[in-house]
Design a protein around this ligand. Structure first.
Ligand SMILES: O=P(O)(O)OC[C@H]1O[C@](O)(CO)[C@@H](O)[C@@H]1O
Length: 245
């Protein structure tokens, strides 16, 4: 695992956007693993600009998103389907909607949907580059502390801390969904390359725990130590050196 502090949020986001760009340029049939959350908004803004400047055709690119809420419709303003279309897909005309995949949190048979999503990942994958944010409690995707490192795509219960963190996007905390479908930790680790991005002081605690090197299900992101090709991209606020404490 490489831990890289790029100083500022802008530089850190640019690094991630540029690595996605390089992947797309190197293989026009790339499979990208995408994430949502506040962290990724600036990455996608930069990626849209880079793709426009390079006039890239995305028609053969496949994408898989990590997760989707259960309990709100796919076109709800705060669904991850809406997020991805608002911040990335709707800004570029050449995406092939058939190659864009998010779990369907409104499926009638949610168990079946988890199996379907995992089998699609196996069929279309492996993911070339998977980008990840990190929850304040160390979650990756919506795999909360305690999740088995063997987990595949499944229905997950969100913790109080995640519901609280995500309530900033909803009118009231009661409206925040309490469950989601998430790619599992094992599903994430199937990717060829993983880039985790964290910036801002709220992520410093999770990053500090990650940097101890202890591999524990209490910190889902520590499962990344079991993968051979992981970069952790940080800004100064998320990377607190011992002198700062
Ligand atoms: O970027 P945020 O909003 O802090 O969220 C952290 C992570 O938690 C999630 O919301 C759950 O998957 C991710 O989308 C995100 O990477």
């Amino acid at each position: 695992m490489q831990i890289i502090n790029l100083g500022s949020k802008e530089e850190a986001c640019h690094y991630v956007a540029n690595e996605l760009l390089k992947q797309i340029i190197s293989n026009k049939k790339s499979v990208l693993g995408l994430a949502t959350g506040g962290t990724m908004v600036r990455v996608y803004e930069q990626l849209v600009n880079l793709i426009r400047i390079n006039e890239l055709d995305l028609n053969e690119i496949t994408t898989f998103n990590l997760d989707e809420y259960i309990g709100i419709d796919y076109d709800h303003s705060e669904s991850y389907y809406t997020y991805m279309h608002d911040v990335l897909f709707n800004h570029l005309s050449t995406w092939n909607e058939e190659r864009i995949h998010l779990p369907n949190g409104s499926a009638e048979d949610l168990q079946q949907e988890t199996k379907h999503y995992e089998s699609l990942l196996d069929k279309e994958g492996p993911i070339d580059v998977q980008i990840l944010g990190i929850g304040e409690n160390g979650h990756i995707g919506f795999n909360e502390p305690g999740t088995s490192f063997e987990s595949l795509t499944s229905i997950v219960d969100l913790t109080e801390s995640t519901i609280e963190a995500n309530s900033r996007y909803f009118e009231a905390i009661e409206e925040v969904p309490k469950q989601a479908i998430s790619m599992g930790i094992q599903s994430i680790l199937k990717a060829k390359r993983i880039i985790l991005l964290a910036y801002g002081p709220k992520k410093a605690d999770a990053i500090r725990k990650l940097m101890t090197g202890e591999i524990t299900t209490d910190l889902p992101a520590s499962a990344l130590y079991n993968h051979p090709n992981v970069e952790i991209i940080l800004d100064n606020n998320a990377y607190l050196s011992e002198d700062d404490e």
